[in-house]
Design a protein. Structure first.
Length: 322
């Protein structure tokens, strides 16, 4: 029996509160996208084999080892990586790959376990619950943050406090510049621990979310939603100004954000630590903006991936075949 797991990716759109003075930290805003995505297949084998693992082979082996040790089983499995999200790009590649592999193993060995339980076993969703929620059900998501215990991030992912289907006619232009990558691992831990977050910024983000972003989503008002998205992203960047040297990852990102707004994008921002930049626009205008962005960066001697993606209003697809 072969098990196939197909996921989307996610945009991380901001944190609600990094002060923790109300008893909770973080509180993430995010959205699930159709592409790029992760696709893996798994089937029983005489030994553990990873095919087409490329730069993700170690991650896959680590997931298999962690899962096998937790459930005390022999991981005699062949896992093939068919497609993957670019690593360290701000699109949540690690969480989607870990959950996809662990979910396939659970199905293969007849283990009844939820996505949230798997995420805790795999040590995913420590700060943000958006990636886990995207794997579960997709859509637009706000999570609860974590109970504040000195920035302790042990335990399962934060609970989802708001989830809503994203409008079918809205699109994101996704731009991944060739140069640079986002912070991860020890660099990310160091950056998070060095923060001196402003209560004022948190208050402004919460107000924008409650009184503009969410109502605009419910009312399907792309202009209002985009304006709120841009403002929230800028304030999120203020949290990390010291860690990344500015509101955005670098100067070219700052210039790109300005250019995309001039092209008619309604909302724009940097996903997580970047380098991915996203822009929200209507479906019929999206490809033209993506083409303009490619030209803009080409003129600056910088290559990129620039493409259109729509929101994924459903979770991971899991299929079984003989």
């Amino acid at each position: 029996m072969r098990i196939t797991v197909k996921t989307g990716c996610r945009l991380h759109l901001g944190f609600l509160d990094l002060t923790g003075d109300l008893g909770r930290l973080y509180g993430s805003i995010g959205v699930s996208l159709e592409n790029p995505g992760t696709v893996i297949t798994a089937e029983k084998s005489g030994r553990l084999v990873v095919e087409n693992g490329n730069n993700s082979e170690k991650t896959i082996l680590d997931v298999v080892t962690q899962f096998s040790q937790h459930y005390r089983l022999l991981p005699a499995t062949k896992i093939q990586l068919v497609d993957e999200i670019p690593k360290h790009s701000g699109l949540g590649s690690g969480t989607q790959l870990a959950l996809a592999v662990a979910t396939a193993l659970a199905r293969m060995f007849g283990i009844d376990v939820s996505v949230r339980e798997i995420s805790a076993i795999m040590d995913r969703g420590k700060r943000s619950g958006v990636g886990v929620a995207c794997f579960e059900a997709g859509g637009f998501i706000v999570d609860s943050g974590r109970k504040n215990a000195g920035r302790d991030v042990d335990g399962g992912p934060p609970s989802v406090i708001f989830r809503h289907d994203f409008p079918a006619g809205w699109r994101f232009v996704i731009v991944i510049p060739e140069a640079g990558r986002g912070l991860f691992g020890r660099e990310e831990e160091s950056a998070m621990s060095s923060l001196n977050p402003s209560r004022r910024i948190s208050e402004e983000i919460c107000r924008l979310t409650q009184m503009k972003l969410l109502p605009a989503l419910i009312d399907r008002d792309i202009v209002e939603f985009g304006e709120a998205l841009t403002e929230i992203d800028m304030r999120t960047g203020m949290y990390f100004e010291r860690a990344q040297g500015g509101i955005y990852k670098d100067e070219i990102t700052k210039d790109l954000v300005k250019f995309m707004l001039e092209c008619g994008i309604h909302g724009v921002g940097q996903s997580s630590w970047g380098p991915t930049i996203y822009g929200l626009v209507e479906e019929d205008k999206a490809q033209a903006v993506a083409d303009k962005v490619k030209n803009f960066l080409a003129e600056r001697k910088m290559g990129c991936e620039a493409f259109v993606s729509q929101c994924r209003n459903r979770g991971a697809e899991i299929t079984m075949s003989e």
